[in-house]
Design a protein around this ligand. Structure first.
Ligand code: BJW
Ligand code: ZN
Length: 250
């Protein structure tokens, strides 16, 4: 695994850096990804559970999946990839961290101003009166939680397929991608839109675009550089190289 001298030079002189993270960044913390071998839960694909129609059809099943994931995400801790992004933020004048993850690990690691495109699993709300209701869990009978005010179904505050991303958050992410000097896409299969459009927006406006992933993705043929390997190894190595210019590969 190696990265180019050009990447370190570009990061070193960048006025603005934008990073997009996906499930692969949390994998080394023990959070299963969506589309990897570890991604399937009870043989369901994420597309089958992460949509409003499935929730209405079988809210108990969808909540069982979220309860399981909430538990996993609460028990794990940030890994060296999260910590390296906290460090990188300190090293560049303007830094925007955009995440598709709902696990809160960037914020727990200490990153600030994180743009959460797909929501946050720690929050929930009632689908009828929209009241926020975070303190929810499946009750002993394994039923979906109900709103204390109106009895409506409580859903996690995440973005499902067919739903719009929070408009302000996405607008800020698009602006950051379109105005940065270096864009890094890390730990994402880059198949889910509109998040996957961000590296393309950065390419269109002349940014140096880098992908860090364990495997090649749909994005790989379009970026300036793909670095194959674990985010928790590569990101700390990049931060280290920024501290010691000249040492640009591991
Ligand atoms: C490592 C690693 C390590 C592992 N180190 N790497 C046709 C064309 C284009 C678009 C569409 C289309 N048909 C439908 C659409 C739209 C749809 C979409 O994009 N679908 C595609 C799948 C085809 N998008 C939407 O619906 C979005 N909304 C929208 O478009 O609104 C407009 C609209 C409104 C109304 C009607 C129609 C349109 C919403 C998308 C919401 C996605 N939500 C989810 C669930 C969130 C809640 C939850 O967590 O439960 O978001 S789905 C799931 O995928 C989750 C993730 O954030 C997202 C992306 O996944 P990610 O992060 O990339 O994970 P993986 O598992 O796919 O990849 C991990 C990668 O890491 C792998 O490559 C590994 O190799 C790597 N890796 N370990 C480095 N240690
Ligand atoms: Zn309600």
């Amino acid at each position: 695994m190696s990265f180019s001298k050009r990447l370190i030079e570009n990061l070193g002189s960048a006025r603005s850096v934008c990073v997009l993270t996906g499930a692969g960044v949390s994998a080394e913390s023990g959070v299963p990804t969506f589309r990897g071998d570890d991604g399937l839960w009870k043989k369901f694909k994420p597309e089958e559970l992460a949509n409003f129609d499935s929730f209405i059809r079988n809210p108990d099943l969808v909540w069982e999946w979220y309860s399981y994931r909430k538990k996993v995400m609460k028990e794990v801790v940030p890994n060296p990839a999260h910590t390296a992004l906290v460090e990188l933020q300190k090293l560049v004048p303007e830094f925007t961290l955009v995440t598709q993850n709902v696990d809160n690990l960037h914020i727990r690691a200490g990153s600030t101003g994180v743009l959460e495109l797909h929501g946050n699993i720690e929050r929930s709300y009632c689908i009828d009166c929209k009241e926020r209701e975070d303190d929810v869990s499946l009750d002993a009978s394994g039923k979906v939680p109900r709103c204390r005010r109106c009895g409506g179904l409580i859903r996690p505050d995440v973005v499902w397929f067919g739903e719009f991303l929070p408009p302000d958050t996405f607008a800020r992410a698009e602006w950051a991608a379109g105005h940065c000097d270096v864009f890094i896409s890390v730990g994402t299969s880059a198949v889910v839109y509109p998040a996957a459009s961000l590296p393309l927006a950065a390419l269109n406006t002349g940014a140096y675009v880098v992908e860090i992933n364990q495997e090649y993705t749909d994005l790989s043929s379009r970026v300036h550089e793909t670095i194959l390997g674990k985010a928790g190894v590569i990101l700390p190595a990049i931060v280290q190289a920024l501290h010691t210019p000249g040492n640009h590969s591991v």
